[in-house]
Design a protein around this ligand. Structure first.
Ligand code: KE4
Length: 423
């Protein structure tokens, strides 16, 4: 007999901190309990309680093809039958690396790791080694994983739980973490004016998706590129979310801007634990064993994981990104009309197959704007929509994800439920 989500959660809290293996899953920010998921298919997930939901979380981004895509599942199962892990190179590591290099204009070489966190921390280490400088600039509300240097004014779960961001991290570790509001190019200039000679890198989510969704204002990314070039700092695009989502070639293709290093994760593993960082060969060759910058991992390039990632990217090569973007745009425009008709102020930011809904008047262009939105109304929206069969991220500081498996009826049903919520 399968235990109910509530009982599983009760028992999980006895042996797992908060009953979950990643904080935001606990649904604390929205006054709900987590659902334990039994299975998923296409655009839907199914809880152990037997309830189905249209999924707008998609495992926080990886499942762009939809859940249990047959080609990915077949590749994953076939690889597993040949052995789970060898601790030695396997062909699919090469084939996935080749797919990444061929897709991403700024990536000449790439190293596989096991998470976006590992990828971001390794990219920062490499930038510091290549420049001989200690400091780096990140933007308030952006999230680059939970490695110590990044836990200052971070987004995602750190923001959702209103955590100071650095308990357990010695002040010295974040002393070189410089901060600036997202979209504030003048602010970034001022940081460089004060610490330019010390700055190894600027790391940025080219489309910020960990404070809700916030798009770069025209000139912001271009300005960061010029600022880094002028100061001899490396520009790092954290494309863990945007990579292969905002375009097959990522944000660097969509916006036509070449970072020096690129951080990747989520979609490139097709749901399995895969991260990667890459960039110009002159930098990447500094990574051991070809160079002197150490980074390693027992399960890096894991055979079933890279098989799933390879199958995912090969399938995405044949997907119509423009058609999906149009469907999401039409969906979001319809939601705007619904809330406007009901006199409920909302800001719906969208980019490609992502969107975020803020209960606020006016635009949201940075973390301050996102934090000023009505989080309590978002929590009620989350609970209402979950009751109507729609699985949203349990935090106003996350982004809704759409897959190629989402159908017109999924959007129509969501809009109908949102109309009922708006009253
Ligand atoms: P992971 O270590 O969680 O694989 O990746 C860290 C990371 C790095 N960069 C960006 C832009 C990211 O969004 C993430 C992780 N994303 C969050 C959700 N927004 C993961 C969800 C969670 O923490 O459970």
């Amino acid at each position: 007999m399968t235990l109910a989500s509530t009982e599983l959660f009760r028992r999980a809290q006895e042996c797992i901190p908060g009953g979950v293996n990643s904080p935001v899953r606990a649904c604390l920010a929205v006054g709900a309990e987590p659902l334990f998921i039994d299975r998923a298919q296409g655009s839907r997930i199914y809880s152990v309680d037997g309830d189905g939901y249209v999924d707008f979380v998609l495992s926080w981004g990886p499942m762009l093809l939809g859940h249990a895509h047959p080609r990915v599942t077949a590749a994953l199962c076939d690889a597993a039958r040949r052995g789970a892990s060898f601790g030695a190179p396997c062909p699919d590591e090469l084939y996935l690396a080749r797919l990444l290099v061929d897709a991403l204009p700024a990536v000449e070489m790439v190293r596989m790791v096991n998470s976006g966190t590992e990828a971001a921390m390794s990219a920062l280490r490499l930038a510091r080694a290549c420049t001989g400088r200690p400091a780096f600039l990140k933007f308030t509300g952006c999230y680059h994983g939970h490695a110590d240097p990044f836990l200052a004014a971070a987004g995602s779960g750190v923001a959702a739980l209103s955590l100071p961001g650095t308990p357990g991290v010695p002040p010295g570790v974040v002393a070189d973490t410089l901060l600036c509001p997202y979209n504030d190019l003048d602010g970034a200039e001022r940081v460089f004016a004060a610490r330019g000679g010390d700055i190894a890198a600027v790391i940025v989510e080219p489309v910020a998706a960990n404070m809700g969704l916030v798009l770069p204002v025209p000139g912001f990314l271009e300005g960061l590129r010029e600022l880094c070039t002028r100061n001899g700092s490396l520009l790092i695009f954290d494309e863990v979310i945007t990579g292969f989502r905002v375009a097959y070639g990522g944000a660097q293709t969509r916006f036509g801007i070449q970072p020096d290093l690129t951080v990747l994760g989520k979609i490139i593993g097709g749901g399995l634990p895969v991260g990667a960082y890459g960039g110009k060969a002159e930098y990447m060759r500094r990574i051991a064993p070809s160079g002197d910058v150490y980074q390693a991992g027992t399960l890096s390039g894991n055979p079933p994981a890279v098989a799933a990632g390879r199958a995912t990217l090969e399938t995405l090569q044949c997907c119509d990104y423009a058609a999906l973007e149009l469907r999401v745009e039409q969906f979001c425009s319809g939601l705007e009309r619904i809330f406007a008709d009901k006199g409920l102020p909302v800001c719906i930011n969208r980019c490609a197959s992502m969107f975020a809904l803020f209960f606020t008047q006016g635009a949201v262009r940075d973390f301050a704007g996102a934090a000023a939105a009505d989080a309590e109304r978002w929590a009620r929206f989350y609970r209402f929509m979950r009751g109507r069969g729609f699985y949203l991220a349990p935090s106003a500081f996350e982004t809704a994800m759409v897959s190629f498996a989402h159908a017109a009826e999924d959007f129509a049903a969501f809009a109908e439920a949102a109309r009922d919520f708006a009253g």
